[in-house]
Design a protein around this ligand. Structure first.
Ligand code: ADP
Ligand code: MG
Length: 251
C-alpha cells in the first residue's frame, strides 16, 4: 500500500522542491542535494565550499561548513571546531559518522558578505496583509558570531539594521534597489509556498548575498520569529509585523 505524504514545512528538502517548481524563484536557489558520498564528492569538487545541514534542523543546530583546501586536503567546521583531512575518504567517513542515520542536505556554499570580519545574511519577513495580499513587512540583517559559521540568533547571531551592514558595500540608491528586489522575491516565494500551505499567513526567508551582491535563498521558515525586529532601534518594522500578526492570529 502506498502511504500519502502529508506536506510538511519541517523538511528543507521538501520546501526546496516546492520552490524549484517556479522558474523565477529557481534562479535564486543554490544547488541542493541529499547528503551521500557521491553528492559530497561532486559538490565539494565543483563548488570548493559547501554547507551540510540537517534536513529538519532549526536555530543553526548541526550545520557544517566544508571546504576543499588548496592542496587536495579538506576541512570542515561545526560550531567552533575545525577539522582537517588529507584525503576525501577520511573527510567523508568523519562526516558520515557525524550525520549518522539522520537525513542531511548538502548545499552550495555562498560566500556571504562580511561586516567587520563577520558574515551576515538577511531575513525577509513576509505576511498576509489584512487585505489579503502578501507583503514584505520586515527586513533585517543577522550578523554571525565571529567564530561561527551560522548567523542564527540562537547561535550568537546579532540582529542588525541592513543599512548598517550594507552601507560599506552599496550606495543608498543601490540599497533601495536591492531592498525592493528582496521584497519582491519574498512575496513571490510566499505565493509559491501558499499553493501547498494554503492556510499559512507568514514566511521568513533567509537570504544570503554573495560578493557580487546576488541574493541566494538559504531557506524558508514557516514560523519566523517576529521578535528579532524588536532588537532594532527603529520600532516601525516591529510594530507593523506585530500588527499584521495580531490580525491573522485573531482569525
Ligand atoms: N548554502 C549556504 N551558504 C552560506 N551560508 C549558509 C548556507 N546554508 C546555511 N548557511 C548559514 O547557516 C545558517 C543556518 O542555516 P539554515 O539553512 O537557515 O538552517 P536553520 O534552519 O538551522 O536556520 C544560515 O542562516 C546561514 O548563516
Ligand atoms: Mg535559518
Amino acid at each position: 500500500m502506498k502511504t500519502r505524504t502529508v506536506p510538511t514545512g519541517q523538511s528543507k528538502w521538501y520546501k526546496t522542491q516546492l520552490l524549484l517548481k517556479n522558474n523565477t524563484i529557481k534562479l535564486f536557489i543554490p544547488d541542493t542535494r541529499k547528503f551521500n558520498k557521491r553528492n559530497l564528492e561532486q559538490m565539494i569538487r565543483s563548488y570548493g565550499m559547501i554547507y551540510i545541514k540537517p534536513e529538519r534542523g532549526t536555530y543553526g543546530n548541526g550545520v557544517i561548513r566544508a571546504e576543499q583546501g588548496e592542496h587536495r586536503g579538506f576541512t570542515y567546521q561545526y560550531e567552533e571546531t575545525i577539522r582537517h583531512f588529507d584525503t576525501f575518504e577520511a573527510f567523508h567517513s568523519s562526516l558520515a559518522k557525524k550525520t549518522g542515520r539522520r537525513s542531511y542536505l548538502i548545499q552550495k556554499g555562498i560566500h556571504l558578505l562580511k561586516h567587520n570580519g563577520r558574515r551576515f545574511d538577511i531575513r525577509v519577513m513576509v505576511q498576509l496583509s489584512p487585505k489579503g495580499v502578501w507583503e514584505a513587512t520586515g527586513i533585517i540583517g543577522r550578523l554571525g558570531h565571529p567564530r561561527k559559521i551560522v548567523t542564527n540568533y540562537h547561535s550568537g547571531g546579532k540582529p542588525t539594521a541592513i543599512e548598517k551592514l550594507l552601507s560599506t558595500h552599496l550606495t543608498s540608491m543601490q540599497l533601495a534597489q536591492l531592498t525592493g528586489e528582496l521584497n519582491r522575491l519574498g512575496t513571490r516565494i510566499a505565493a509559491q509556498m501558499q499553493k501547498t500551505f494554503p492556510r499559512h499567513r507568514q514566511f521568513g526567508v533567509d537570504v544570503g548575498l554573495d560578493r557580487t551582491l546576488k541574493p541566494w535563498i538559504i531557506e524558508v521558515n514557516m514560523n519566523p520569529d517576529p521578535y528579532i525586529f524588536n532588537q532594532l532601534k527603529d520600532k516601525s518594522m516591529y510594530r507593523r509585523v506585530m500588527r499584521y500578526r495580531r490580525f491573522y492570529l485573531k482569525q
